[in-house]
Write a protein that binds this ligand. Structure first.
Ligand code: XIL
Length: 374
């Protein structure tokens, strides 16, 4: 059996191995390399009416990163700086410094800003956990109103609620637990959307969810639950514009293109647009050399993204951080592997030296093959 890596893939193409490789859909690197040269992904996606962005944290406000983001993206998602724990680490004066700096950077480069995130039952400061239900309700109204009004006209779209769906398989635990759910029940979601709409009638309001890209029974449960929630919100007239699907692609989970596309079409049929909000690849369980891991990541990205883009309602794609060295992955690696026994994960489109990886070419190819958006 031939081991596929980028070098022997290209050599193989030249030597007439092209047909089987083309048939198996593995020629992304060769094709993209010839077509996309030095253009950034924002330009390649933009030609099809697709907005390409990336998460950025204050740690990437250095000159090398600024130049890379300026070339590659048209939209910035502040990675942590708009989370409730970042704005309100303590009760009292809010801290907007980090978010302000990232949003100014985006504006200097005429990029859009996606606000992540207003209400999430995770990543909360401890002081919230001791509040009464009435205080939680007041905090929700106050927080959503204040943050959305502050950035009125500067933030194009908001993840109003993040990860509402529960991981527990028992049907009565179908929503993710936490202080907002405990205090207000399912209605916390409605309340957050209505408050956000009041504070900025023009912003795109997004419900953001994880795990739906998994082709296993867990991913399918997430899809069913998310559609059930969307139907209920729409019946009750909640102002919802788009669904955000995070797109953390786990190489140890199966991907089912047909099932995933059917799910996207069900969202589109409800009149909602779709954003891929946190695209990256989790390769931590692949035991192989770097070249093989990078190749598998690129293949998965290409298959996932070309499937997603075949649904015309998908109009925004955001990578979660731009390179392997970024803060998030250090955290991901440490949390999962505190002794550092396994190699660092390689989830992103650029490597530790900010050089393009096969993943970049896979994404470029998916964009260049996409049907132009209406
Ligand atoms: C992550 C950040 O990237 C990390 O820096 C932080 O330590 C933890 O949170 N889904 C989400 C994001 O919606 O907010 C998470 O971001 C990644 C998973």
């Amino acid at each position: 059996m031939i081991a596929l890596n980028r070098r022997n893939l290209l050599t193989g193409l030249a030597a007439g191995l092209a047909a089987p490789l083309l048939d198996s859909g593995l020629c992304w690197a060769a094709k993209a390399a010839e077509s996309s040269a030095d253009r950034g992904l924002a330009a390649i996606a933009g030609e099809k009416g697709i907005t390409f962005g990336a998460a950025m944290t204050v740690h990437e406000l250095t000159s090398a990163y600024r130049a890379l983001y300026a070339r590659e993206v048209r939209l910035i998602t502040p990675g942590n700086e708009l989370k409730l724990a970042a704005i309100r680490p303590r009760q009292g004066a809010p801290r907007y410094g980090g978010a302000d700096r990232l949003i100014s950077f985006a504006e200097e480069h005429e990029m859009l800003v996606h606000g992540h995130v207003l209400i999430w039952n995770e990543w909360l400061p401890d002081w919230i956990k001791n509040l009464s239900s009435e205080s939680i309700a007041r905090l929700l109204d106050y927080h959503v109103g204040q943050v959305v009004e502050r950035y009125h006209g500067r933030v194009h779209s908001w993840d109003v609620v993040n990860e509402p769906i529960g991981t527990d398989r028992s049907p009565d635990k179908w929503l993710y637990p936490g202080p907002f759910l405990s205090a207000l029940g399912e209605g916390y979601i409605d309340r957050a959307f209505r408050r956000a709409r009041e504070a900025d009638p023009d912003a795109v309001l997004v419900l953001n969810e994880t795990h739906t890209e998994r082709g296993d029974s867990f991913g399918r449960m997430y899809r069913r639950r998310l559609l059930r929630l969307v139907d209920r919100l729409q019946q009750d007239g909640v102002p919802l514009d788009a669904i955000g699907l995070q797109g953390h692609l786990d190489l140890s989970a199966r991907f089912d293109p047909d099932g995933f596309l059917a799910f996207l079409e069900q969202i589109a049929a409800r009149g909602l647009s779709i954003q891929i909000t946190e695209l990256d690849v989790d390769d931590r369980r692949v035991r192989a050399d770097v070249e093989t891991r990078d190749h598998k990541a690129a293949e998965r990205l290409y298959t996932f993204l070309s499937t997603a883009l075949s649904c015309p309602s998908v109009n925004v794609v955001v990578a979660w951080q731009i390179d392997d060295a970024s803060h998030y992955y250090t955290w991901l690696a440490r949390r999962d592997d505190p002794q550092g026994r396994r190699p660092l994960p390689r989830p992103a489109l650029f490597d530790h030296q900010l050089a393009k990886k096969p993943a970049w070419f896979a994404v470029a190819r998916a964009f260049s093959e996409a049907v132009p958006r209406p």
